[in-house]
Design a protein around this ligand. Structure first.
Ligand code: GAP
Length: 435
Protein backbone atom coordinates (compact mmCIF):
# COMPACT_ATOMS: atom_id res chain seq x y z
CA UNK A 1 0.00 0.00 0.00
CA UNK A 2 2.73 2.43 1.05
CA UNK A 3 5.13 1.31 -1.67
CA UNK A 4 2.24 1.76 -4.07
CA UNK A 5 2.14 5.52 -3.54
CA UNK A 6 5.78 5.84 -4.61
CA UNK A 7 5.09 3.75 -7.72
CA UNK A 8 2.09 5.90 -8.53
CA UNK A 9 4.09 9.12 -8.24
CA UNK A 10 6.90 7.70 -10.38
CA UNK A 11 4.38 6.57 -12.98
CA UNK A 12 2.68 9.99 -13.03
CA UNK A 13 6.06 11.72 -13.37
CA UNK A 14 6.87 9.66 -16.42
CA UNK A 15 3.38 9.68 -17.97
CA UNK A 16 2.87 13.42 -17.68
CA UNK A 17 6.40 14.64 -18.35
CA UNK A 18 7.72 15.60 -14.92
CA UNK A 19 10.75 13.32 -14.69
CA UNK A 20 12.34 10.89 -17.16
CA UNK A 21 15.23 8.50 -16.80
CA UNK A 22 18.41 10.01 -18.18
CA UNK A 23 19.63 8.74 -21.58
CA UNK A 24 16.57 6.52 -21.83
CA UNK A 25 17.02 5.69 -25.53
CA UNK A 26 20.31 4.00 -24.57
CA UNK A 27 18.68 1.94 -21.84
CA UNK A 28 19.08 4.72 -19.29
CA UNK A 29 21.88 5.71 -16.94
CA UNK A 30 20.91 4.24 -13.61
CA UNK A 31 19.82 6.61 -10.83
CA UNK A 32 20.14 9.67 -13.07
CA UNK A 33 17.08 11.70 -13.98
CA UNK A 34 16.00 14.41 -16.41
CA UNK A 35 13.25 16.91 -15.64
CA UNK A 36 10.64 17.25 -18.41
CA UNK A 37 8.35 20.21 -19.23
CA UNK A 38 6.33 20.05 -15.98
CA UNK A 39 9.21 18.94 -13.79
CA UNK A 40 11.39 21.87 -14.76
CA UNK A 41 8.55 24.33 -14.02
CA UNK A 42 7.95 22.77 -10.60
CA UNK A 43 11.67 22.77 -9.82
CA UNK A 44 12.13 26.37 -11.01
CA UNK A 45 9.11 27.48 -8.94
CA UNK A 46 10.51 25.79 -5.85
CA UNK A 47 13.89 27.48 -6.32
CA UNK A 48 12.25 30.85 -6.96
CA UNK A 49 10.16 30.60 -3.77
CA UNK A 50 13.26 29.62 -1.78
CA UNK A 51 15.22 32.53 -3.25
CA UNK A 52 12.40 34.95 -2.53
CA UNK A 53 12.03 33.93 1.12
CA UNK A 54 15.73 33.69 1.83
CA UNK A 55 17.22 36.49 -0.28
CA UNK A 56 14.63 39.04 -1.48
CA UNK A 57 12.54 39.12 1.69
CA UNK A 58 15.55 39.52 4.00
CA UNK A 59 18.03 42.35 4.38
CA UNK A 60 20.78 40.15 5.76
CA UNK A 61 21.23 37.44 3.10
CA UNK A 62 22.93 37.99 -0.27
CA UNK A 63 22.70 35.74 -3.32
CA UNK A 64 25.67 34.08 -5.03
CA UNK A 65 26.44 31.70 -7.85
CA UNK A 66 29.90 30.18 -7.59
CA UNK A 67 31.63 27.81 -10.01
CA UNK A 68 31.27 24.04 -9.72
CA UNK A 69 34.99 23.58 -10.32
CA UNK A 70 37.18 24.97 -7.56
CA UNK A 71 40.86 25.06 -6.66
CA UNK A 72 41.85 21.58 -5.36
CA UNK A 73 43.16 23.17 -2.16
CA UNK A 74 39.56 24.04 -1.27
CA UNK A 75 38.86 20.34 -0.65
CA UNK A 76 42.03 19.94 1.37
CA UNK A 77 41.02 22.88 3.56
CA UNK A 78 37.38 21.81 3.88
CA UNK A 79 38.42 18.32 4.99
CA UNK A 80 36.58 16.60 2.14
CA UNK A 81 39.76 14.98 0.80
CA UNK A 82 40.52 13.49 4.21
CA UNK A 83 37.04 12.93 5.66
CA UNK A 84 34.38 12.67 2.97
CA UNK A 85 34.29 8.88 2.95
CA UNK A 86 31.68 6.19 3.21
CA UNK A 87 32.68 2.65 4.15
CA UNK A 88 31.81 0.06 1.50
CA UNK A 89 31.80 -3.73 1.41
CA UNK A 90 31.52 -6.00 -1.64
CA UNK A 91 29.89 -9.41 -1.74
CA UNK A 92 32.42 -12.03 -2.84
CA UNK A 93 29.65 -14.16 -4.42
CA UNK A 94 27.13 -11.85 -6.12
CA UNK A 95 29.50 -8.84 -6.37
CA UNK A 96 26.88 -6.42 -5.07
CA UNK A 97 28.28 -3.38 -3.29
CA UNK A 98 26.93 -2.09 0.04
CA UNK A 99 27.34 1.00 2.16
CA UNK A 100 28.37 -0.41 5.55
CA UNK A 101 26.11 2.07 7.40
CA UNK A 102 23.10 0.52 5.58
CA UNK A 103 23.91 -3.06 6.64
CA UNK A 104 21.54 -3.99 9.41
CA UNK A 105 22.59 -7.03 11.47
CA UNK A 106 25.55 -9.09 10.35
CA UNK A 107 27.98 -6.75 8.62
CA UNK A 108 30.00 -9.72 7.27
CA UNK A 109 27.16 -11.36 5.29
CA UNK A 110 25.53 -10.20 2.04
CA UNK A 111 21.88 -9.23 2.78
CA UNK A 112 20.93 -10.30 -0.77
CA UNK A 113 22.54 -13.74 -1.25
CA UNK A 114 24.13 -14.55 2.11
CA UNK A 115 27.65 -14.55 0.60
CA UNK A 116 30.73 -13.33 2.47
CA UNK A 117 31.37 -9.58 2.40
CA UNK A 118 34.86 -8.13 1.96
CA UNK A 119 36.32 -6.05 4.76
CA UNK A 120 34.89 -2.53 4.95
CA UNK A 121 36.95 -0.14 2.83
CA UNK A 122 36.74 3.66 2.75
CA UNK A 123 35.48 5.20 -0.46
CA UNK A 124 35.82 8.93 -1.17
CA UNK A 125 32.54 10.30 -2.50
CA UNK A 126 34.02 13.12 -4.57
CA UNK A 127 34.04 12.83 -8.37
CA UNK A 128 37.58 13.34 -9.62
CA UNK A 129 38.51 14.53 -13.09
CA UNK A 130 41.39 16.39 -14.77
CA UNK A 131 41.65 20.00 -15.81
CA UNK A 132 43.19 20.51 -19.24
CA UNK A 133 44.25 17.96 -21.87
CA UNK A 134 46.70 15.93 -19.76
CA UNK A 135 45.41 13.33 -17.37
CA UNK A 136 48.31 13.51 -14.98
CA UNK A 137 48.93 14.10 -11.31
CA UNK A 138 48.75 17.77 -10.47
CA UNK A 139 45.83 18.35 -12.88
CA UNK A 140 43.31 16.64 -10.67
CA UNK A 141 40.19 18.55 -9.95
CA UNK A 142 36.87 17.68 -8.28
CA UNK A 143 33.21 18.27 -8.96
CA UNK A 144 31.99 20.05 -5.81
CA UNK A 145 30.19 17.76 -3.34
CA UNK A 146 28.44 20.77 -1.73
CA UNK A 147 27.83 24.35 -2.87
CA UNK A 148 28.86 25.65 0.58
CA UNK A 149 32.58 25.99 -0.11
CA UNK A 150 31.91 28.46 -2.94
CA UNK A 151 30.44 30.78 -0.32
CA UNK A 152 33.24 30.32 2.23
CA UNK A 153 35.94 31.15 -0.29
CA UNK A 154 34.02 34.31 -1.26
CA UNK A 155 33.63 35.48 2.34
CA UNK A 156 36.41 38.05 1.93
CA UNK A 157 34.99 39.35 -1.39
CA UNK A 158 31.63 39.93 0.29
CA UNK A 159 33.24 41.70 3.27
CA UNK A 160 35.19 43.94 0.86
CA UNK A 161 32.27 44.78 -1.43
CA UNK A 162 29.12 44.78 0.74
CA UNK A 163 30.70 45.63 4.13
CA UNK A 164 27.97 43.70 5.97
CA UNK A 165 27.65 43.58 9.75
CA UNK A 166 27.16 40.27 11.58
CA UNK A 167 24.89 38.41 11.40
CA UNK A 168 24.64 38.06 7.62
CA UNK A 169 24.39 35.22 5.16
CA UNK A 170 25.15 34.05 1.65
CA UNK A 171 22.72 31.93 -0.34
CA UNK A 172 23.12 29.87 -3.45
CA UNK A 173 21.40 27.19 -5.44
CA UNK A 174 23.45 24.88 -7.59
CA UNK A 175 24.53 21.43 -8.63
CA UNK A 176 26.55 19.17 -6.38
CA UNK A 177 27.99 15.75 -7.17
CA UNK A 178 28.66 12.73 -4.98
CA UNK A 179 29.73 9.30 -6.11
CA UNK A 180 27.15 7.67 -3.83
CA UNK A 181 27.62 3.95 -3.19
CA UNK A 182 23.91 3.26 -2.95
CA UNK A 183 21.85 5.84 -4.83
CA UNK A 184 18.15 5.10 -5.12
CA UNK A 185 14.54 5.78 -4.23
CA UNK A 186 13.95 7.63 -7.51
CA UNK A 187 15.35 11.19 -7.21
CA UNK A 188 15.93 10.92 -3.46
CA UNK A 189 19.59 9.88 -3.55
CA UNK A 190 21.42 10.51 -6.79
CA UNK A 191 25.00 11.23 -7.84
CA UNK A 192 24.14 14.56 -9.44
CA UNK A 193 21.71 16.77 -7.55
CA UNK A 194 20.94 20.36 -6.70
CA UNK A 195 21.32 22.03 -3.32
CA UNK A 196 19.83 25.22 -1.85
CA UNK A 197 22.26 26.38 0.80
CA UNK A 198 22.69 29.33 3.14
CA UNK A 199 25.87 30.08 5.04
CA UNK A 200 24.82 32.42 7.84
CA UNK A 201 27.76 34.10 9.61
CA UNK A 202 27.15 34.92 13.29
CA UNK A 203 28.93 36.05 16.39
CA UNK A 204 30.07 32.78 18.09
CA UNK A 205 28.11 33.58 21.24
CA UNK A 206 24.88 33.84 19.19
CA UNK A 207 25.40 30.56 17.33
CA UNK A 208 23.21 28.26 19.48
CA UNK A 209 20.28 30.69 19.40
CA UNK A 210 20.60 31.32 15.64
CA UNK A 211 20.74 27.59 14.97
CA UNK A 212 17.38 27.14 16.73
CA UNK A 213 15.90 30.12 14.86
CA UNK A 214 16.96 28.71 11.48
CA UNK A 215 15.65 25.22 12.29
CA UNK A 216 12.24 26.72 13.09
CA UNK A 217 12.33 29.05 10.08
CA UNK A 218 13.15 26.26 7.65
CA UNK A 219 10.60 23.85 9.17
CA UNK A 220 7.88 26.47 8.80
CA UNK A 221 8.89 27.16 5.18
CA UNK A 222 7.85 23.65 4.09
CA UNK A 223 4.58 23.89 6.04
CA UNK A 224 3.78 27.29 4.50
CA UNK A 225 4.30 25.75 1.08
CA UNK A 226 1.71 23.10 1.79
CA UNK A 227 3.55 20.06 3.16
CA UNK A 228 1.24 18.32 5.63
CA UNK A 229 2.49 18.93 9.16
CA UNK A 230 2.11 15.29 10.14
CA UNK A 231 4.55 14.34 7.37
CA UNK A 232 7.35 16.60 8.59
CA UNK A 233 9.55 16.34 11.66
CA UNK A 234 12.81 17.66 13.12
CA UNK A 235 15.50 15.20 14.14
CA UNK A 236 18.60 16.33 16.03
CA UNK A 237 21.80 14.45 15.13
CA UNK A 238 23.56 12.30 17.69
CA UNK A 239 27.26 13.10 18.30
CA UNK A 240 28.35 10.04 16.24
CA UNK A 241 26.34 11.20 13.22
CA UNK A 242 27.73 14.72 13.00
CA UNK A 243 29.77 15.64 9.90
CA UNK A 244 33.46 16.34 10.53
CA UNK A 245 32.81 20.11 10.51
CA UNK A 246 29.67 20.29 12.66
CA UNK A 247 29.14 20.95 16.35
CA UNK A 248 25.37 20.41 16.15
CA UNK A 249 22.84 19.61 13.43
CA UNK A 250 19.15 18.91 13.05
CA UNK A 251 17.52 17.35 10.03
CA UNK A 252 14.11 18.21 8.70
CA UNK A 253 12.68 14.88 7.63
CA UNK A 254 9.76 13.98 5.42
CA UNK A 255 7.66 10.87 5.82
CA UNK A 256 8.34 9.38 2.36
CA UNK A 257 6.64 6.12 1.35
CA UNK A 258 10.03 4.47 1.99
CA UNK A 259 10.30 5.95 5.52
CA UNK A 260 11.28 9.16 7.31
CA UNK A 261 14.22 10.64 5.40
CA UNK A 262 16.23 13.87 5.35
CA UNK A 263 15.03 16.83 3.29
CA UNK A 264 17.35 19.41 4.77
CA UNK A 265 20.06 19.63 7.43
CA UNK A 266 20.62 22.74 9.55
CA UNK A 267 24.08 22.69 11.10
CA UNK A 268 26.32 24.75 13.32
CA UNK A 269 29.58 24.50 11.34
CA UNK A 270 31.40 26.67 13.93
CA UNK A 271 34.40 28.54 12.47
CA UNK A 272 35.82 25.29 11.07
CA UNK A 273 35.68 26.18 7.36
CA UNK A 274 36.71 29.82 7.58
CA UNK A 275 39.64 28.99 9.87
CA UNK A 276 40.77 26.17 7.61
CA UNK A 277 40.63 28.38 4.50
CA UNK A 278 42.52 31.11 6.34
CA UNK A 279 45.23 28.68 7.32
CA UNK A 280 45.64 26.94 3.95
CA UNK A 281 45.29 30.10 1.80
CA UNK A 282 47.37 32.29 4.11
CA UNK A 283 44.73 35.06 3.92
CA UNK A 284 43.29 36.81 6.95
CA UNK A 285 39.62 35.80 6.92
CA UNK A 286 38.68 37.23 10.30
CA UNK A 287 35.73 39.60 10.63
CA UNK A 288 36.48 43.03 12.08
CA UNK A 289 33.99 44.29 14.67
CA UNK A 290 34.39 48.06 14.47
CA UNK A 291 32.49 48.70 17.71
CA UNK A 292 34.51 46.33 19.86
CA UNK A 293 37.60 46.95 17.69
CA UNK A 294 38.45 43.28 17.51
CA UNK A 295 39.00 40.64 14.84
CA UNK A 296 37.55 37.14 15.13
CA UNK A 297 36.31 34.21 13.09
CA UNK A 298 32.50 34.13 12.91
CA UNK A 299 30.57 30.89 13.40
CA UNK A 300 28.44 29.61 10.58
CA UNK A 301 24.87 28.33 10.72
CA UNK A 302 24.06 26.38 7.58
CA UNK A 303 20.56 25.46 6.38
CA UNK A 304 21.28 23.04 3.53
CA UNK A 305 18.42 21.54 1.54
CA UNK A 306 18.10 19.44 -1.58
CA UNK A 307 16.09 20.72 -4.54
CA UNK A 308 15.40 17.28 -5.96
CA UNK A 309 14.42 15.82 -2.60
CA UNK A 310 12.06 18.70 -1.94
CA UNK A 311 10.47 18.35 -5.37
CA UNK A 312 9.93 14.66 -4.63
CA UNK A 313 8.43 15.40 -1.20
CA UNK A 314 6.07 18.03 -2.64
CA UNK A 315 4.98 15.60 -5.38
CA UNK A 316 4.33 12.75 -2.94
CA UNK A 317 2.53 15.05 -0.51
CA UNK A 318 0.33 16.55 -3.24
CA UNK A 319 -0.63 13.29 -4.95
CA UNK A 320 -4.32 12.59 -4.31
CA UNK A 321 -6.81 10.10 -5.65
CA UNK A 322 -10.54 10.65 -5.17
CA UNK A 323 -13.76 9.13 -6.39
CA UNK A 324 -15.76 11.36 -8.73
CA UNK A 325 -18.97 9.96 -10.18
CA UNK A 326 -17.64 6.41 -10.06
CA UNK A 327 -14.29 7.37 -11.57
CA UNK A 328 -10.92 7.91 -9.94
CA UNK A 329 -9.68 11.46 -10.24
CA UNK A 330 -5.91 11.92 -9.77
CA UNK A 331 -5.05 15.42 -8.72
CA UNK A 332 -1.78 17.03 -7.69
CA UNK A 333 -2.76 19.44 -4.95
CA UNK A 334 0.40 21.49 -5.21
CA UNK A 335 0.58 24.92 -3.60
CA UNK A 336 -0.33 27.64 -6.11
CA UNK A 337 3.23 29.00 -6.01
CA UNK A 338 4.62 25.61 -6.98
CA UNK A 339 2.04 24.46 -9.53
CA UNK A 340 3.91 24.12 -12.86
CA UNK A 341 1.05 25.60 -14.90
CA UNK A 342 -1.29 28.18 -13.41
CA UNK A 343 -4.10 27.91 -15.94
CA UNK A 344 -5.21 26.10 -19.08
CA UNK A 345 -7.55 27.54 -21.70
CA UNK A 346 -9.76 24.89 -23.26
CA UNK A 347 -12.31 25.33 -26.07
CA UNK A 348 -15.41 23.26 -25.40
CA UNK A 349 -15.89 22.47 -29.08
CA UNK A 350 -12.79 22.31 -31.21
CA UNK A 351 -14.72 22.06 -34.49
CA UNK A 352 -16.20 25.55 -34.03
CA UNK A 353 -13.61 27.98 -35.45
CA UNK A 354 -15.01 31.03 -33.64
CA UNK A 355 -14.76 29.27 -30.23
CA UNK A 356 -11.22 28.11 -31.00
CA UNK A 357 -10.27 31.58 -32.17
CA UNK A 358 -11.61 33.21 -29.01
CA UNK A 359 -9.95 30.60 -26.76
CA UNK A 360 -6.59 31.10 -28.50
CA UNK A 361 -6.92 34.86 -28.15
CA UNK A 362 -7.66 34.58 -24.42
CA UNK A 363 -4.72 32.19 -23.94
CA UNK A 364 -2.33 34.47 -25.82
CA UNK A 365 -3.38 37.37 -23.63
CA UNK A 366 -3.02 35.39 -20.37
CA UNK A 367 0.41 34.10 -21.41
CA UNK A 368 1.74 37.65 -21.12
CA UNK A 369 1.18 37.56 -17.36
CA UNK A 370 0.92 33.92 -16.31
CA UNK A 371 2.22 30.47 -17.13
CA UNK A 372 -0.75 29.39 -19.19
CA UNK A 373 -1.33 26.65 -21.77
CA UNK A 374 -3.87 26.17 -24.53
CA UNK A 375 -5.18 22.65 -25.17
CA UNK A 376 -7.78 21.41 -27.63
CA UNK A 377 -6.56 17.86 -28.09
CA UNK A 378 -9.44 16.00 -26.46
CA UNK A 379 -12.93 16.04 -25.01
CA UNK A 380 -13.38 18.44 -22.10
CA UNK A 381 -13.54 15.70 -19.43
CA UNK A 382 -10.22 14.28 -20.62
CA UNK A 383 -8.65 17.73 -20.74
CA UNK A 384 -9.72 18.44 -17.14
CA UNK A 385 -8.24 15.15 -15.92
CA UNK A 386 -4.98 15.88 -17.69
CA UNK A 387 -4.71 19.30 -16.06
CA UNK A 388 -5.63 17.86 -12.63
CA UNK A 389 -2.80 15.35 -12.91
CA UNK A 390 -0.26 18.09 -13.51
CA UNK A 391 -1.65 20.33 -10.77
CA UNK A 392 -2.93 23.17 -12.99
CA UNK A 393 -4.77 25.62 -10.72
CA UNK A 394 -7.53 26.75 -13.09
CA UNK A 395 -9.17 25.50 -16.27
CA UNK A 396 -10.83 28.18 -18.37
CA UNK A 397 -13.43 26.84 -20.73
CA UNK A 398 -14.65 28.79 -23.73
CA UNK A 399 -18.07 27.67 -25.01
CA UNK A 400 -20.79 28.79 -27.41
CA UNK A 401 -22.31 31.08 -24.83
CA UNK A 402 -18.94 32.84 -24.40
CA UNK A 403 -19.36 34.25 -27.91
CA UNK A 404 -22.51 36.05 -26.78
CA UNK A 405 -22.09 36.89 -23.11
CA UNK A 406 -18.29 37.40 -23.23
CA UNK A 407 -17.86 35.17 -20.22
CA UNK A 408 -15.88 31.97 -19.65
CA UNK A 409 -16.16 29.13 -17.14
CA UNK A 410 -13.38 28.99 -14.58
CA UNK A 411 -12.97 25.58 -12.93
CA UNK A 412 -11.03 25.33 -9.66
CA UNK A 413 -8.62 22.40 -9.40
CA UNK A 414 -9.21 21.40 -5.79
CA UNK A 415 -12.98 21.82 -5.48
CA UNK A 416 -13.88 21.35 -9.17
CA UNK A 417 -16.31 24.22 -8.62
CA UNK A 418 -17.07 26.30 -11.68
CA UNK A 419 -18.01 29.95 -12.04
CA UNK A 420 -18.64 32.30 -14.93
CA UNK A 421 -16.21 35.19 -15.17
CA UNK A 422 -16.28 38.07 -17.66
CA UNK A 423 -13.39 37.93 -20.15
CA UNK A 424 -12.65 41.59 -19.47
CA UNK A 425 -11.96 40.91 -15.78
CA UNK A 426 -10.38 37.46 -16.14
CA UNK A 427 -6.81 38.68 -15.58
CA UNK A 428 -7.72 40.60 -12.46
CA UNK A 429 -9.73 37.64 -11.16
CA UNK A 430 -6.82 35.20 -11.68
CA UNK A 431 -4.27 37.65 -10.28
CA UNK A 432 -6.28 37.95 -7.06
CA UNK A 433 -6.52 34.19 -6.76
CA UNK A 434 -2.85 33.52 -7.49
CA UNK A 435 -1.17 36.20 -5.42
N1 GAP B 1 26.76 21.63 2.96
C1 GAP B 1 26.19 20.67 3.83
C2 GAP B 1 25.72 19.49 3.12
O1 GAP B 1 25.99 19.30 1.95
P1 GAP B 1 24.33 17.29 3.44
O2 GAP B 1 23.42 16.87 4.55
O3 GAP B 1 25.39 16.31 3.03
O4 GAP B 1 24.98 18.66 3.91
C3 GAP B 1 22.49 18.69 2.28
O5 GAP B 1 23.47 17.69 2.18
C4 GAP B 1 21.24 18.32 1.51
O6 GAP B 1 21.58 18.00 0.16
C5 GAP B 1 20.54 17.07 2.04
O7 GAP B 1 19.66 17.40 3.10
C6 GAP B 1 19.78 16.61 0.82
O8 GAP B 1 18.56 17.30 0.69
C7 GAP B 1 20.70 16.99 -0.32
N2 GAP B 1 21.49 15.82 -0.75
C8 GAP B 1 22.64 15.37 -0.20
N3 GAP B 1 23.08 14.28 -0.85
C9 GAP B 1 22.18 14.03 -1.83
C10 GAP B 1 22.06 13.04 -2.86
N4 GAP B 1 22.99 12.10 -3.02
N5 GAP B 1 21.01 13.09 -3.68
C11 GAP B 1 20.06 14.07 -3.55
N6 GAP B 1 20.13 15.03 -2.62
C12 GAP B 1 21.16 15.01 -1.76
Amino acid sequence: MVINLMDKVISLCKRRGFIFQSSQIYGGLSNTWDYGPYGVELKNNLKAVWWKSNVYERDDVFGMDSAILMHPKVWEASGHLQNFFDLKSDCKSCRRRFKVADLKDDKSKCPECGGILTEARPFNLMFKTHQGPLEEEGNEIYLRPETAQGMFVNFLNILDTKHPKLPFGLAQIGKAFRNEITPGNFTFRTREFEQMEIEYFVNPEDADRKLEEWIENRFQWYINLGIKKENLRKRPHSKEELAHYAKACSDIEYNFPFGWSELEGIANRTDFDIKQHAEISGRDLRYFDDVKKERFYPYIIEPSGGVDRSVLAFLVDAYTEEEVKGDTRIVLRLNKRLAPIKMAVLPLLKNRPNIVELAKKIAADLKRDFVCVYDDTGAIGKLYRRQDETGTMYCITVDLQSLDDKQVTVRHRDTMQQERVGIDRLKEYLSDKLH
